[in-house]
Design a protein around this ligand. Structure first.
Ligand code: 5GP
Ligand code: MN
Length: 328
């Protein structure tokens, strides 16, 4: 705990001492990536800093209701120089995608994350694998260092924590997480409205996508592994965006007896995006995904694997089967 405090003090000093910042997060951003970026950037702006808020995909349509969402832009094609570059929620530096290439130079790289697989790149590293969301770390940083805080920042942090904890359900959700949520609500945010924007405002095509995915549903390895697949043809036919499938895998994990849920998504670059969820600490899906060059958390991980849908499905399912057998 005291080492976290001194790390926050070090980061706080760096933030106050410099002027030009790039605040970035991972490709295929989720609520935690974008909410954490916006929260920290708004706090830095209030301190009078110049801040670029970059994500390879820019702001997603589904999170465009977040306060000051317009600050998140795609990185420019001409690289820029910074005093300080900050990677948030990004397990390996390459997952910053084109944002990484847009930083020509930075005197200091800060790495703030909660992925256990983060190898600790950068000059100042604060990786807390016990944090259920990167936004929880950002909240602690802001509060411990008396950085600017307001309702817009609170809403971004709440959205980030809510989405990364599966609405305060996943095992890393702690008493402290609820205490933070209470403080964020006290900052004046409207929980009902925010939850509607987060969870009751999906485009119809997301449900149409779910219908197609359920047609591909398979149960294997004694019904302990459930999977679905999305081909390029199906996603083009439905006109779905990559962001539309976030969370659909939870339908598989929610089935009694299922330990591992897998989502296979064919990508245009000849790879398959594999998204994995586990219901048991005994089956570490991050370890499985690392065997395929990916990473993540014990219970939620992913990888991009070269090959056709059928090839990748076969390889990945075999590996999961081996892991299950070694534990049964
Ligand atoms: P999702 O399945 O929601 O895309 O990702 C689940 C978790 O695994 C996230 O925390 C994400 O950062 C991580 N993850 C997903 N894909 C990859 C990948 O290709 N490489 C690495 N290192 N981590 C990934
Ligand atoms: Mn996260």
């Amino acid at each position: 705990m005291s080492s976290a405090r001194s790390k926050f003090e070090e980061i706080g000093r760096i933030l106050r001492a410099h002027q030009r910042f790039a605040v970035m997060s991972h490709v295929r951003p989720d609520g935690d990536a974008l909410g954490s970026q916006l929260a920290l950037s708004l706090s830095l702006q209030q301190l009078g800093k110049d801040v670029r808020v970059w994500n390879e995909e820019g702001m997603l349509e589904k999170y465009s209701f977040l306060p000051r969402a317009e600050l998140v832009t795609k990185p420019p094609s001409t690289p820029e120089d910074f005093d300080c570059a900050i990677a948030l929620d990004t397990a390996i530096q390459n997952r910053l995608g084109t944002a990484l290439g847009a930083v020509r130079s930075a005197k200091i790289w800060i790495n703030i994350d909660h992925h256990p697989s983060n190898p600790g790149y950068g000059d100042v590293i604060h990786v807390d694998p016990d944090a259920p969301a990167t936004a929880e770390i950002i909240f602690r940083l802001i509060k411990s260092q008396s950085l600017p805080f307001n309702r817009d920042i609170a809403e971004n942090l709440y959205a980030a924590i809510s989405t990364d904890t599966g609405s305060f359900q996943y095992p890393k959700t702690s008493a402290h997480t609820f205490e933070i949520a209470a403080e964020l609500i006290r900052a004046g945010l409207d929980v009902g409205r925010l939850n509607q924007q987060l969870y009751e405002n999906y485009p119809r095509r997301r449900l149409e996508l779910l219908r197609e995915l359920l047609r591909t549903m398979r149960f294997e390895h004694g019904d302990r592994v459930a999977s679905v697949s999305l081909s390029l043809k199906t996603s083009a036919g439905l006109g779905v965006l990559p962001e539309d499938n976030e969370g659909l895998i939870d339908h598989l994990r929610a089935v009694r007896g299922v330990i591992v849920a897998v989502f296979f998504e064919e990508l245009a670059d000849g790879k398959v995006r594999v998204s994995m969820r586990s219901k048991s600490e005994v089956v570490d899906v991050s370890a499985i995904c690392q065997k395929f060059g990916g990473g993540g958390h014990t219970l939620a991980a992913g990888a991009r694997v070269p090959g056709t849908l059928a090839e990748v499905e076969k390889k990945v399912m075999e590996k999961i089967g081996n892991v299950l057998e070694s534990h049964s």
